[in-house]
Design a protein around this ligand. Structure first.
Ligand SMILES: Cc1cc2nc3c(=O)[nH]c(=O)nc-3n(C[C@H](O)[C@H](O)[C@H](O)COP(=O)(O)OP(=O)(O)OC[C@H]3O[C@@H](n4cnc5c(N)ncnc54)[C@H](O)[C@@H]3O)c2cc1C
Length: 270
């Protein structure tokens, strides 16, 4: 990238969070560099929902429009590539990219998001965001009145069932092991005709990410049109931790009320 490589702020991660941060800074005439390698967590989902004015658009359409709006501000530059290292300097940060480019800034914003960790179930990853979803508010409307699975156990499964119950009357909870519900919860699930299958899930049969059947370890199978699952996650980038950012017990970057991380001059945008 030609020109001066010194910026007031570098934003690592140029998806929705990073672009929003850069817009505010661009409008304040700050010299900003966004570094992004184009792998947002929702990239596989065919349509995004519940985002006012953009309902039903693809993730790419939304971020392309956001990028177009943000880069209209002449003090904002966009660099396509992965930041591989960040080093604290006396007056700020040095950022190194995969291609070896070096950039400097007084302040750093981390907007690298989270990475969902896929279970080792054949076919699961291919369906993630398409017919295997995590959020009834984002995708429940599209799965309304459909034969729906909930791949979870205990409190998480019960909570999801209570939300999804409003969207469809055909719910099966797939616990992949002994069901872990309190007697009152079982009573409630029964009263809503919510079924439970405890046999371990071995495979998701699908066509281009659209679930057809869940295959269980005992060889049985059951058809579904959509499944909710809640996945563990990790930070998408190890840069914040390498700079010394503390994480919360749940794995989020620890911030104060102003989004300051535990490292001076380093903020979070997510
Ligand atoms: C499957 C799925 C479907 C979803 N559907 C919806 C929906 O319908 N509606 C809704 O409101 N929300 C939805 N969400 C949630 C939404 O996608 C997230 O809230 C949103 O993407 C978070 O934005 P972000 O900018 O924090 O992170 P992300 O969008 O994940 O972006 C992080 C960016 O940082 C970049 N990056 C990471 N590390 C580096 C690095 N080292 N160097 C350079 N760049 C880096 C990545 O490439 C990426 O572009 C969905 C999420 C998932 C997983």
């Amino acid at each position: 990238m030609p020109g001066n490589n010194n910026f007031e702020v570098i934003v690592i991660g140029g998806s929705y969070g990073g672009l929003s941060a850069a817009m505010s800074l661009g409008r304040a005439l700050r010299r900003v560099l966004i570094v992004d390698n184009g792998l947002p967590c929702n990239r596989q989902t065919p349509h995004s929902h519940n985002f006012i004015t953009q309902d039903g658009k693809t993730p790419k359409e939304i971020s392309a429009l956001a990028k177009e709006k943000v880069t209209q501000y002449k003090t904002v530059q966009f660099y396509s590539g992965r930041a591989v290292k960040a080093t604290k300097k006396d007056k700020g940060f040095e950022i190194k990219t995969e291609s070896g480019d070096l950039f400097y800034s007084c302040k750093l914003i981390i907007a690298t998001g989270l990475k969902d960790l896929m279970p080792g179930i054949t076919g699961f990853a291919e369906c993630w965001g398409i017919s295997m979803v995590h959020c009834p508010y984002c995708h429940g409307y599209e799965l309304r009145n459909k034969k729906t699975g909930i791949m979870a156990n205990g409190e998480r499964a019960f909570h999801l069932a209570s939300l999804v119950n409003n969207l469809t009357g055909d719910i099966t909870i797939l616990t992949s092991g002994k069901a872990d519900f309190k007697p009152q919860q079982i009573e409630k699930l029964n009263s809503h005709h919510i079924k439970i299958i405890e046999t371990e899930v071995a495979e998701i049969e699908h066509q281009n990410g659209s679930i057809k059947n869940v295959i269980f370890r005992n060889g049985n199978s059951e058809s579904f049109e959509g499944i909710y699952a809640s996945l563990p996650f990790t930070q998408h980038s190890d840069i914040p931790v390498s700079l010394g950012c503390e994480l919360t017990e749940h794995g989020y970057i620890k911030v104060d009320d102003f989004q300051n991380t535990t490292v001076a001059r380093l903020r979070l945008r997510g």
